[in-house]
Design a protein around this ligand. Structure first.
Ligand SMILES: *[C@@H]1O[C@H](CO)[C@@H](O)[C@H](O)[C@H]1NC(C)=O
Ligand SMILES: *[C@@H]1O[C@H](CO)[C@@H](O)[C@H](O)[C@H]1NC(C)=O
Ligand SMILES: *[C@@H]1O[C@H](CO)[C@@H](O)[C@H](O)[C@H]1NC(C)=O
Ligand SMILES: *[C@@H]1O[C@H](CO)[C@@H](O)[C@H](O)[C@H]1NC(C)=O
Ligand SMILES: [Cu+2]
Length: 711
């Protein structure tokens, strides 16, 4: 039994005056290895070229990716024409192997799972790195194709740019070839015409006088490109009458701003941790902080994967399982416009592009606070070779000035008390830039056992060129409300965002049940009470998958628990965690609409399935142009038993996005979140005994310049 770890985090806010424009802040980019000067926790920032795996779930190293590639190269069925590699990642060992593994044990055999494309066929290949050979090879029979590679995207744009009619069309619109920027949105799936070949649609913008070309669409110009034949198969040019919106005020870069904003300027603010952060990252991926331990890895598809999240019981010191694995499994982002250039925009970014593949290096001091630990992604390119995506995840402690619990007693003589405890948390963060949009993901761990998962939306709107400069010239009210004008000649097209999380909860072990507690209105009998009605919770344990397909409804509220029926608290309650949905939205598309069929995993906000190793990706393993034959909704039709079994919880967070002028030219971040909150998991408040903060915990800190706000 370990002793209670006392958290003594010394935090201090410093304020230094800075009044000039631009503010005198110099951004020192933290290059790899530069942590050493001030922080021993971060001394071992990884040298990826000599890295070896330490944990069964550690991602493939550079050496392992090279070895997997070499083995594939000498594997006959694929070596005559080397396929393009769309995914080459760790094939996770069986869950039982991972659960049975203890620190110090040899790690289970290392394997790579490869999705390769050859002559239009998707090959699913397991490469055993220890045995040095391919141990499984099958050709997928499901409808979709693998994630696009960065190579696919650049080739598609290249092919489009060489198309003669494109040059003619943009010249007619007064756009020079030199300022043309094209992107390749995924096509969705809309029936037989588009089957049997991999296609993307290419659309273009003008980057004239702005870096924010997204705000200058060349409307109605769409080239459909066959990715494998490398040819334009359809050219559609309908919007010549629509002007390319002007560049003025579209730039978002600091260097391009001509004047400061009209507001009181903020003094610098930063967190100071004189004794260093309180977390450690061991072996590159195991994060230990306060009562939490978990494994964290970047993944080209899911972005960030949290595994084996365990929390130490503050009473007994026991390290207890909460979640085996959690990650963003799929996205669905349908746009609500039927034009030729728009109807197909119904993105499934996780399976079509990959969040990790598109994760950008985080910006120190701005994306993540000082004292962040940065983790790199080591991924495979389309030729199977490794590359490093630096600083894609940051881990940091957050003190946002919040209170974790408090009480004051002032009226009862002799019992006066004023007790408050600060809330310090640990955050793991990633930001994925999926074309125009930027998604941030936070997994935030609290000492009271709560995990909050938060998604933030920022970046650029996907906008549409419009003939209108002002709503007063639009023909009618319907048009004004359904096509929001966000700038002159710029419409922010209405759309939704859905993010579906795979949450393999293992509350005190794998065998759990899902309990839905309905809050129902009870009416009193005549004369029973002065009250007419009251609310009563009624608990139902889900027997099969159908009992756990949940559509949220404010007037039929329920609470949702994962419980371990065979582990009881001192009072006999099963230990549990509660899923607490946050602000969310449901898809209003018809269930038989092709995009909704493909994204049928958004038909319910909550699903529970029995654990199945191959059911990871809610929109199917091969998502690109899929018809929806391999989704969570299809798996779940089997209505399998889920009571007291190893189960997986799926939660979908949703946003309806009706753009407004503030979303132009770049959107202030909008967030939503959900909580995984202990419920009868601990015997009592697990942070009852944490100490308050005292003045003497902090070093004396003097501002380096005179600190007087002169307003
Ligand atoms: C950029 O702005 C200048 C000055 O307003 C204008 O003359 C020029 O045509 C613009 N260039 C493009 C590519 O829009
Ligand atoms: C970041 O932390 C380092 C290490 O103590 C410190 O020297 C530096 O001043 C901090 N920067 C900011 C902006 O707080
Ligand atoms: C979980 O339940 C299954 C039966 O559904 C049983 O075989 C297995 O031993 C249980 N596992 C644990 C860890 O209790
Ligand atoms: C696991 O899921 C896959 C895909 O839904 C299915 O084909 C397979 O039969 C499942 N395995 C088990 C043991 O249920
Ligand atoms: Cu949006």
């Amino acid at each position: 039994m370990e002793k209670l770890t006392i958290l003594l985090i010394s935090l201090l806010l410093i304020f230094i005056v800075s009044r000039s424009w631009p503010p005198l802040i110099t951004f020192k980019l933290k290059l790899k290895g530069s942590f050493e000067q001030h922080n021993f926790w971060f001394k071992s920032k990884i040298d990826h070229f000599s890295e070896i795996p330490h944990h069964p779930l550690d991602p493939l190293t550079i050496e392992e990716i090279k070895r997997a590639r070499a083995i594939l190269f000498s594997y006959r069925p694929l070596s005559s024409t080397f396929p393009s590699i769309h995914s080459l990642t760790l094939e996770e060992p069986y869950k039982s192997q991972v659960l049975g593994w203890k620190n110090g044990d040899p790690i289970p055999p290392r394997k790579a799972f490869v999705i390769a494309l050859l002559n239009g066929k998707s090959h699913l290949v397991t490469v055993d790195l220890g045995l040095g050979r391919v141990t499984r090879h099958e050709i997928s029979s499901s409808s979709g194709y693998p994630m696009l590679t960065l190579d696919d995207i650049s080739k598609a744009v290249e092919v489009a740019l060489l198309y003669p009619e494109l040059a003619e069309s943009i010249a007619a619109r007064g756009v020079a070839l030199s300022e043309l920027v094209c992107i390749s949105p995924s096509v969705g799936w809309y029936g037989p015409n588009e089957e049997g070949r991999r296609i993307v649609k290419v659309q273009c913008f003008s980057s004239g006088n702005t870096s924010n070309f997204y705000m200058r669409p060349i409307e109605g110009l769409i080239l459909t490109v066959d990715l494998d034949k490398r040819e334009v198969v359809k050219f559609s040019d309908t919007g010549r009458a629509i002007p390319v919106p002007r560049a003025v005020n579209t730039d978002y870069r600091y260097s391009a701003q001509e004047k400061p904003p009209e507001m009181r300027q903020l003094n610098p603010i930063s967190l100071v941790q004189p004794n260093g952060p309180s977390f450690s990252v061991e072996g590159g991926h195991v994060v230990k902080w306060a009562n939490w331990e978990f494994h964290l890895r970047p993944d080209p598809r899911a972005g960030m994967v949290i595994s084996r999240a365990t929390v130490r019981d503050s009473e007994t010191g026991e390290l207890r399982s909460v979640m085996y694995k959690g990650f963003a499994s799929e996205f669905f982002v349908p746009y609500m416009d039927l034009d030729e250039g728009w109807y197909f925009k119904t993105y499934m970014d996780v399976g079509e592009f990959g969040l990790g593949a598109l994760a950008s290096s985080l910006v120190p001091l701005n994306d993540c606070p000082n004292y962040s630990y940065y983790m790199d992604g080591v991924f495979a390119a389309s030729d199977g070779g490794p590359y490093i995506q630096p600083n894609v995840i940051c881990i940091f402690e957050r003190y946002a000035g919040d209170v974790s619990w408090r009480h004051s007693e002032t009226l009862i003589p002799g019992l006066e008390a004023r007790e408050a405890r600060r809330k310090v948390t640990l955050v793991a963060r990633m930001a994925a830039t999926v074309g125009n949009y930027d998604y941030t993901f936070d997994w935030e761990f609290q000492t009271d056992g709560l995990i909050q998962v938060k998604v933030g939306l920022s970046g650029m709107l996907m906008v549409k060129g419009s003939p209108y400069e002002n709503v007063q010239t639009m023909p009618n009210q319907e048009e004004i409300s359904s096509t929001p004008l966000v700038s002159e000649n710029v419409i922010g097209v209405v759309h939704d965002h859905f993010v579906t999380f795979h949450l393999d909860m293992d509350i005190d072990g794998p065998n759990n049940s899902f309990a839905k507690v309905d809050l129902v209105k009870e009416e009193t009998l005549p004369g029973e009470s002065p009250r007419k009605s009251y609310l009563k919770p009624k608990r139902h344990i889900a027997k099969t998958e159908n009992d756990a397909k949940i559509k949220l409804d404010l007037y039929k509220p329920s609470e949702f628990y994962l419980i371990n029926p065979s582990r009881r608290s001192r009072l006999g309650n099963p230990t549990g965690y509660k899923l607490v949905p946050g602000g969310t939205a449901a898809s209003l598309l018809d269930a038989l609409d092709p995009p909704q069929i493909r994204s049928a995993f958004t038909n319910n906000q909550i699903w529970v399935t029995p654990y199945n190793r191959s059911e990871q990706w809610a929109g199917g393993l091969l998502t690109y142009q899929s018809k929806g034959d391999d989704t969570l909704a299809v798996w779940s039709e089997r209505n399998r038993p889920i009571e007291n079994k190893d189960i997986v919880l799926w939660y979908t967070m949703g946003f309806h996005h009706i753009p407004c002028q503030e979303d132009f030219p770049i959107m202030p971040t909008v967030t939503s979140s959900f909580d995984l909150k202990p419920a009868n998991f601990f015997e009592r408040n697990p942070i009852l005994r944490i100490p308050p903060a005292f003045e003497h915990d902090f070093p004396v800190c003097r501002p380096s310049s005179e600190n007087k706000n002169k307003y």
